[in-house]
Design a protein around this ligand. Structure first.
Ligand SMILES: C[S@@+](CC[C@H](N)C(=O)[O-])C[C@H]1O[C@@H](n2cnc3c(N)ncnc32)[C@H](O)[C@@H]1O
Length: 207
């Protein structure tokens, strides 16, 4: 037997709540513990797959970053990396082309007065949240290509939140809206997508 009935029930319940039309794009988020914390939140909210543009060679990278590669910490992700897909794109144009081709509206998180309050967005529509690097934020290139700019209002002394905290605040607003719209009540994956993910998840080597 590959999985116990209890395990199968748990896996199928989680899979039936996965939201293929909600995702994040991490643009050069270069600290593995932040990447891992974002993956953990994505798992909790039901994100099927996340996207990342790794730190580029030649740009300033922080101590844990490895140019061109994505690293996560299992202890921070709480094994979420096993249950949330990670698709890596080489640069901004290719990430945007892929996501736009999938029908996503991309919202750049920006600490600017022109940005809209994150609660004004309709997250029941296909949505990608673009998150920026810890030091310099979302690039001008990505910001210009985004469909909109959103901000979590900051009323204190500090200018910004940690990127994984900002991701959690926005993703749980998306979860709230999707729960209200009944989007977790029926499977959202196509039968082919469901079968492919089920086969991967029920592989005993994954446990
Ligand atoms: C530490 S912040 C980057 C700060 C950077 N100096 C800047 O001006 O964007 C890292 C990332 O967290 C997210 N973030 C942090 N605070 C936010 C806020 N109040 N609203 C929206 N996104 C936020 C954004 O994705 C941002 O690029």
């Amino acid at each position: 037997m590959l999985v116990t009935p209890e395990r199968e029930h748990k896996l199928r319940t989680v899979l039936s709540r996965r939201q293929p039309d909600l995702t994040v794009l991490m643009e050069q988020v270069n600290k593995p513990h932040n990447l891992s914390a974002i993956l953990r939140t994505c798992d909790a909210v039901g994100v099927l797959e996340v996207h990342a543009i790794p730190p580029q060679k030649g740009l300033p990278v922080l101590e844990e970053a490895e140019a061109g590669k994505i690293r996560t910490y299992n202890d921070t992700s709480g094994s979420a990396a096993k249950w949330v897909g990670l698709r890596v794109h080489p640069d901004v144009p290719s990430a945007f082309a892929y996501l736009k081709g999938q029908g996503f509206r991309i919202y750049a998180t920006r600490l600017s007065e022109q940005a809209t309050d994150y609660r004004a967005v309709d997250y029941t529509q296909p949505t990608c949240i673009l998150l920026g690097a810890e030091k310099w934020g979302v690039s001008e290139e990505a910001a210009a290509l985004a469909d909109g700019h959103i901000v979590i209002p900051m009323l204190g002394m500090v200018q910004s939140l940690n990127v994984s905290v900002a991701a959690a605040v926005i993703l749980f607003e998306a979860q709230r809206q999707r729960l209200e719209a009944g989007l977790y009540e029926r499977p959202r994956l196509s039968p082919q997508q469901y079968q492919a993910v089920w086969e991967a998840w029920s592989d005993p080597r994954r446990r």
